[in-house]
Design a protein around this ligand. Sequence first.
Ligand code: GLV
Ligand code: MN
Ligand code: MN
Ligand code: MN
Length: 410
Amino acid sequence: MQQVNPARFMDMLQRLATFGAVPGGGVAREALTISELEARRWLCSRFSAPHYRWYMDDAANLFLRRAGLADALTPVMTGSHIDTQPVGGWLDGAYGVVAGMELFLALDDAGIRTQRPLELVIWTNEEGSRFSPGAMGSSAFADPTRLADFLPVTDAGGERFEQARDAARQATPAATSRALGRPVHAYLEAHIEQGPVLEDGGFQLGIVTGIQGVRWFEISVTGVSAHAGTTPLAARHDALMSAAQLISRLGEMAAARQDPALRFTVGRLEVSPGSINTIADRVTFTIDLRHPEEAVLAEMEALIRQTVEAKTGACGYALRSLMRRPPTRFDKAVIETVAAAVSATGAPACRLGSGAFHDAMYLADVCPTAMLFVPSHKGISHNPAEDTAEADLVAGVRALAGAVITLATP
Ligand code: GLV
Ligand code: MN
Ligand code: MN
Ligand code: MN
């Protein structure tokens, strides 16, 4: 689409990165924090023409609706998330949201009103680093009964998701409230790849065919706190020593499978009371497990449970499931629409599966869905060094525009 304006698009992307910018690099804009709410307010301030309306639902998902010529038809939706990891990069999520903003502004410049209404969505808490599980907003949109499980979830400081959601409502007066979940004609999400496949292959665009499965667990190890200077080694119930042994046993077990598609990560370790001269009485750690095949995830979960249950001795062990999502396969027709729009840009492209999860995995439950990737420099993401060449970012916006315009024509 000719009206896509690279300078305006890059300017908006850079502006969004100032909300929660960390001196020295990276963005700290976890879900529903003050920085994220300020960024949401800035987004709202950019669109106020009469054919635009802002809405927010009970999961604090924020929607910008662009009226269609046949406005009673179900909308075509695009978007992503603007929450980040505790310190993340500037493009994860933000890219898909700003790509949608640029698409809407380019349509305005071209004087185009699509038949179907369009909606740009900013999903709540995709990352899951502040409130677990991830992709909470899109999950609740796809199945509103899940909201009841999410509202009581607390962050590390004890704030409930429900409180944060209410604060978001108050901070976004421009958005009218709207019920959670509704029919969508099609969903298309643009995102950075967050892995090395596109860059290594010399591709500018990726047509995403699906998302691998993911399971999250939290394991708690309970011991007894005691004085570090007086308690003999043999008399201890040391939760941290036990957790360290368990983590290394689980890591060895994952590595022993020699499966290049398996991902196993212990990314969070909390130690109580966390004092240099007190033996730890409680440790919790998380496991993020991923694989493209559900059967492998089930087998790995059984092995993890067996390994935890087999741990006997001084401490107690408990395992809790935090997130469980089978592999997602995107809709064939939307994939082909994306492929045609990509091919019209002339950019070198390939088809690939996603290693990261995205809100699109829940939208795929309720409407025809697919994704579009742009390369990530050296495959780096969830890291302040995350980056993508401007030409690739812009090629993605053009392909997104082509595909959304096609999908919005009934
Ligand atoms: C989302 O950020 C993921 O962990 O894949
Ligand atoms: Mn993301
Ligand atoms: Mn992410
Ligand atoms: Mn993600």
